[in-house]
Design a protein around this ligand. Structure first.
Ligand code: HEC
Length: 145
């Protein structure tokens, strides 16, 4: 058995490299093209911020930290979208999927009313809420307070 152990250890990073974070998404969302330029565009983040304040802040709070006016009355607390661990785990496709389809069994609605472009604007904004370099360049730095 002993010689197998080093072999297994060698194989581990290989396996990790093969399983990507989006593998768990439904096929239609796993395969979707990510508009990288749009996601990096401060104007897209600003549009996303506006949509977020209009439609999402009610639950997620104006800063996205989960403290919206309706948060207390919901069965499941709205996700704190600024949390570092959540931001690390959230890929653009994952956020796009959640916004399009909602989270069944919770108060997170599906937002099919937004067209794909507007949804990516929302993704651009949501992914800028974690801080770091993006924050300085993005819409989040312009939040009040
Ligand atoms: C009526 C309240 C409500 C509104 C409005 C709302 N959400 Fe949510 N949202 C929730 C709740 C509750 C959850 C937590 C679901 C869970 O814990 O699985 C959530 C979760 C999320 C998540 C994380 C999903 C995950 O699995 O990690 C994202 C991203 C999100 N919302 C984005 C948005 C965006 C963008 C909008 C506006 C277009 C929005 N939400 C509007 C209630 C809301």
């Amino acid at each position: 058995m002993r010689p197998l152990l080093p072999l297994a250890l060698l194989a581990l990073p290989l396996l990790a490299a093969c399983s990507r974070p989006d593998d768990a998404l439904p096929a239609a969302y796993r395969a979707i093209d990510v508009p990288r330029e749009r996601l990096a565009d401060p104007a897209a983040r600003l549009r996303g911020r506006e949509l977020f304040q209009e439609t999402c802040a009610l639950c997620h709070g104006p800063r996205g930290d989960g403290h919206g006016p309706r948060a207390g009355s919901l069965g499941t607390p709205p996700t704190d979208l600024t949390r570092a661990s959540w931001q690390r785990s959230a890929s653009p496709r994952f956020v796009y999927w959640r916004v399009r389809e909602g989270v069944p069994g919770t108060d997170m609605p599906s937002w099919k009313a937004f067209d794909p472009d507007a949804t990516w604007d929302l993704v651009a904004y949501v992914l800028s809420l974690g801080g770091g370099e993006d924050r300085a360049a993005g819409a989040a730095s312009k939040l009040p307070g």
